[in-house]
Structure formats: C-alpha cells, structure tokens
Design a protein around this ligand. Structure first.
Ligand code: 7TS
Length: 427
C-alpha cells in the first residue's frame, strides 16, 4: 500500500523531555532538508522565516514524487486500480490528520487549501447559517488577517458585531480581566493558539471552556501551533480548528479544518460542484454526507499525500521534543537580542512559541532585513498580517525571526553577529 508512507529515517524517539540546554533533536536532522544546505550570497543560509512557511524534508518530497510516478488518478470516481489507489491515499491522509490532532473520527476532517480557506469555510457555512443581527463574534486583538477579515465580511452580511479581547502592551498577552462581560451575547469565539506576530501561546483550553459555558461555538486558529506542540482537539474542547500543511513541513495548497460532526451536519455546503453531490437534477441537488459535502471539485490529492508524510515525519520526532526545541531556540534568541542597545522586543516574558519580533530605535526594519539577506539570513519584516495589532503596539512594522526544529543555537549566534555588523554599518 503505497499511501502508507515509509517512516522517515529518524524513526526512533529521542529521550524526552530533554534536560538542560541540549536538544533531543540531532543536528543531523538538517541533512533531510535539501533547501537548508545551500549558500545565499556566498553565506550559509540561515532560514528564520518558518512562521511564514517551513522547509520540506526528503520523505515529504519523495512521497509526492512517488504518488505522481505510481498512483496518480482522480479520487472517488474510477473503478480502476489507480483511482482506487489515489482514493485510498487521499482518504488515508484524512485518517492521518484525524490521528495527528486526536479528532474522534476522520469524518471530522475537511481538507482545505490551508488555514485561510478553513476559516472562510466556517464563516461562509456555519456563520451564514447561524449568525444574525446583534450576535457577537469574539476575537482577540492579535489575530492574523485571515482570522479577522472573514468575520468582518460575515458581520457586514449578517449584522453581527465584532468584539475583541485586548492585548496587554509589549508583552502581548491576552487581557482576560473582563472576560465574563466580553462573553455576553457571544455566539462564536475564534482565536489564535500561537500569535504569529508575538509568539504568545494563548490559554485556548480555558477560553474554549468559558465560551462553551455561555453556549458559544469555538474555533482555534492553529496555523502556528500545529506541528509545533502536541495538539489534541478533544483536550482543547474546541468545535473547529484550522491549520495549514505548509507550516508543518508539508506542501503548500493543503490544510485542514477540524469540525465537530454535529456542527457539520447542520452546515450548508461551501462550494458547489463535483465530488460534493450525491444526485443532481436541473433545479436542485442532494449533497454527499460531510465531510465530502464541503469538498467540491478535484482535491489536492498529492498535497494530502505530502501532508500525510509530513505528519509521519513530525510524529517520529515527537511533538514535545519539537516544542521544547522551538522554545529553547526562541528563548536563546531573545536573550541574545536583549544584548543590543535601543532594541524593543515584543511578546511574553515567559514561555513563547518559536519566534521573536523586535524593532531597533534607530534602524529601519527594511534596511535590517535587506542587509541580513545579503549575509544569508532570512527574516521577515512588516506587520505580519496583523496590522491592527501593530497599530496598537505603535509600530508600523517589526522584524521577526521564526524558528523550527532544524534551527540551531549556532544559527542564532550567526544571526546576532550579522545584526551587529549591519547595525555598525547603518550607524
Ligand atoms: N493564522 C495565523 C496565526 C497565521 O500565522 C497564518 C499565516 C494564517 C492564519 C494564514 O495561513 P495560510 O497558510 O492560510 O496563509 N501566517 C503567516 C506569517 O506569519 N507569515 O506569512 C504567513
């Protein structure tokens, strides 16, 4: 069965949890990532833009190639061998996703293009069917535009209102002091698990429980947490959860929405077309059972195969080991950045996800990132699709270094050395 991907080369679990400063993820892991071994502008690449997208290990690339070389056909359609294999690969990936996030059933998983489409799907289906004038959608001030704009569009259509849990100053934690008042009339709470701009890890389990207690439906944007820490939708207690494959070593163009079965049953279709119908007449149609009802057209089969391979790869490393490595690199980067004069570092004082955002008083972020790139260091600058948050922080843009399990402390040292050089030059 070709869709059952081979285990990656590093298939044993390393001692866990790790002690002290030694990561349980071996430095040789980098050999699995062809992109990481190149030079940029004559310098070894330091890839610190993992919150935007991660690099892909060979087992993922090989799984996609193998699928196209051996099994390629359309799903759910043919009676022939290749179509059966493609269908098995695609549905096998759905099971793998369910297992990865501990969903009760594969039926709870809807494949999408990524987080953005998953969020828009909830707004277009559950939202349009359940929200009316006066209902409140509760978000936080640190949401990515893709967990903000779909709700603005929905609010404009339905007359629902948006309300926000505020963020506290530079530390970027949620201010939960008036939560009970903020929860009144709330029909949907939608929030990010880990902030892509601040690195804050939000207390989503607690917030979902509070929202549930007032009868609200809950959605977790797991774009920055899936593949970075252990994720269990049953433990989180959420109704919906969205993530993208490309941020966890999978290919672009594939992601998933976890949607609790009871909610799916009452949701109207998302898009119309092939694959989502059972019978079609000239005037009306009947739809397939969920989740197929929400997946019109030929899906991203190769993407699902790649995502399956990525999840096998990550689970072999262990989500706790990945999280420990992420947080260690982020803490070390923050500690080293704090050595600079005139720097403002954003995000929580305590534990954070694998990223650090900062600004220098006297150096423009664009100059910084451009000159860092000349030295082979890839970081992102801008508002990171959180423009209202940046407005609140009082800065138009920040520089962001974001990490994954293949990054090392030595790379952080190189990054600091490059920053020192750049600042010297720009002075
Ligand atoms: N939600 C969060 C919290 C994100 O960080 C992102 C992407 C998205 C949603 C959207 O994911 P997509 O895969 O559908 O695009 N964040 C970033 C980033 O920080 N830099 O580039 C993309």
């Amino acid at each position: 069965h070709l869709w059952r991907e081979r285990l990656p080369r590093h298939h044993h679990r390393w001692p866990n949890p790790r002690r002290g400063r030694m990561s349980s993820i071996p430095a040789t892991i980098r050999e699995d990532f062809p992109t990481l071994t190149q030079e940029i502008n004559g310098h070894p690449l330091v890839y610190f833009d993992n919150a935007a997208t991660t690099q892909k290990p060979r087992p993922v690339l090989e799984a996609i190639q193998r699928y196209y070389e051996h099994d390629n056909a359309n799903v759910h359609r043919g009676i022939h061998e290749l179509s059966n294999r493609a269908t098995a690969a695609y549905e096998g990936a759905r099971h793998r996703v369910a297992q990865f996030i501990n969903a009760p059933s594969a039926k709870d998983i809807i494949f999408t293009r990524g987080t953005t489409e998953a969020l828009n799907l909830v707004a277009a289906t559950w939202g349009a069917g359940n929200l009316r004038e006066g209902d409140v959608i509760l978000l936080t001030e640190m949401e990515h535009h893709s967990n903000l704009v779909p709700w603005q569009l929905l609010a404009q259509r339905t007359g629902a209102q948006l309300r926000f849990i505020p963020v506290t100053g530079d530390f970027g934690e949620l201010d939960l002091s008036d939560l009970d008042e903020r929860l009144s009339d709330v029909k949907l709470l939608s929030l990010t698990h880990i902030s892509n701009a601040l690195g804050t890890i939000n207390p989503v389990t607690e917030l979902c429980a509070k929202a549930k207690a007032v009868g609200a439906v809950t959605l977790v944007d797991a774009a920055q947490s899936a593949g970075h820490l252990p994720l269990d939708v049953q433990a989180l207690g959420c109704d919906f959860l969205a993530f993208s494959g490309h941020k966890l070593c999978g290919p672009t163009g594939i992601g998933a929405l976890f949607a609790r079965a009871e909610l799916q049953a009452a949701m109207p279709p998302y898009q119309g077309g092939g694959e989502m119908i059972s019978t079609v007449g000239f005037q009306t149609s009947e739809y397939h059972e969920p989740p197929h009802k929400f997946e019109a057209g030929t899906p991203n089969i190769a993407g699902a195969v790649g995502l399956h391979a990525a999840m096998d790869y990550l689970d072999a490393l262990g989500s706790e080991a990945i999280h420990a490595h992420d947080t260690d690199i982020a803490a070390y980067a923050k500690e080293r950045l704090a050595e600079f004069d005139g720097i403002r570092i954003f995000g929580p004082a305590g534990e954070r996800g694998g990223l650090v955002s900062f600004v220098f008083e006297k150096v423009h972020a664009l100059d910084l990132a451009t000159m860092a790139d000349q030295q082979g260091v890839a970081i992102r600058i801008g508002h990171h699709c959180t423009q209202p948050l940046h407005e609140k922080l009082g800065v138009p843009a920040t520089a962001r270094a974001s990490f994954y399990f293949y990054n090392t402390r030595a790379e952080v040292d190189r990054f600091i050395e490059v920053l020192q050089k750049v600042i010297q030059l720009l002075k």
